[in-house]
Design a protein around this ligand. Structure first.
Ligand SMILES: Cc1cc2nc3c(=O)[nH]c(=O)nc-3n(C[C@H](O)[C@H](O)[C@H](O)COP(=O)(O)OP(=O)(O)OC[C@H]3O[C@@H](n4cnc5c(N)ncnc54)[C@H](O)[C@@H]3O)c2cc1C
Length: 225
């Protein structure tokens, strides 16, 4: 099966679901892929602070969530050794400090609103297994298993909202590491202060662009800084 869209978002947690809704609202075609068959399969906690509540209100989602059920928190207490050591109260004119909302209600409300939009498509029970690339190395979409069937989603923009163990990040980093190691090899001239005199020395280093790259540390060590 082949699906095409402007944007492909992997993972329908709060991040992926909200982003898909906001993009679809702008008439951008979005496919949202979620490996679970129900929205309540992964526990993500239930407390949303006032900032999170504000985001729901800003995007007109708060009422939909409230209809499904939420609790306004009147006070937060921190306990240690059977004693309260900190309490947070609402600051006037607000009468509560964030909300408690079952994740099922939060996600259902967002996805229900999104499904009213023609440019939105949700595919549950769809596990992304890899990324597709063209001969230039550009990512062109994702491969997935939808139920028991193979699925390809072609999209110029792939967004990994698939959580801490993101397969999108894993696959992408591996590819970019290979590419950047092959392409980026740079030379730098260091001025070193040794034994009272200044000496210059060239240092050549590969410069992979990953955030976790040890490039700077290695360069500094080699340069004796
Ligand atoms: C136990 C616990 C309690 C928490 N309590 C709170 C709280 O009270 N308040 C709060 O604000 N935050 C809380 N958090 C943090 C909050 O859960 C995260 O910040 C939030 O879930 C991140 O949202 P997300 O959409 O980025 O990712 P996630 O919620 O992790 O969603 C990722 C989604 O991607 C899907 N996915 C993963 N891999 C694939 C794949 N290969 N193909 C397709 N889909 C895939 C997953 O099934 C999942 O639905 C808690 C976290 C935990 C673990």
């Amino acid at each position: 099966m082949l699906v095409k869209s402007d944007v492909c978002i992997v993972g329908s947690g709060p991040g992926g679901a909200l982003l898909a809704y906001l993009l679809a609202k702008q008439d951008i075609s979005v496919v949202l892929l979620e490996r679970h068959s129900e929205v309540s399969r992964e526990f993500r906690g239930e407390f949303l602070n006032d900032e999170g509540e504000g985001i729901l209100k800003k995007h007109g989602l708060f009422e939909s969530v409230e209809r499904l059920g939420l609790l306004r928190m009147e006070q937060i207490e921190y306990w240690h050794d059977g004693r309260i050591f900190k309490s947070i109260f609402p600051e006037w004119p607000v009468d509560h400090v964030g909300i408690h909302v079952p994740q099922n209600h939060l996600l259902t409300a967002i996805l229900n609103e999104a499904e009213k939009l023609d440019s939105f498509q949700l595919m549950m029970n769809t596990r992304v297994t890899g990324l597709m690339q063209n001969e230039m190395g550009r990512f062109t979409g994702v491969k997935a298993r939808n139920g028991g069937n193979d699925l390809e989603v072609q999209s110029p923009l792939i967004i990994g909202a698939d959580g801490r163990f993101s397969i999108v990040r894993k696959k992408r980093e591996y590819q970019s590491l290979l590419r950047s190691m092959a392409m980026i090899y740079c030379g730098q001239k260091f001025l070193l202060h040794r034994g009272g005199s200044l000496r210059s020395r060239w240092h050549w280093s590969m410069a992979p662009r990953l955030p976790s790259s040890p490039r700077l540390e290695v360069s500094s060590k080699l340069a004796g800084i």
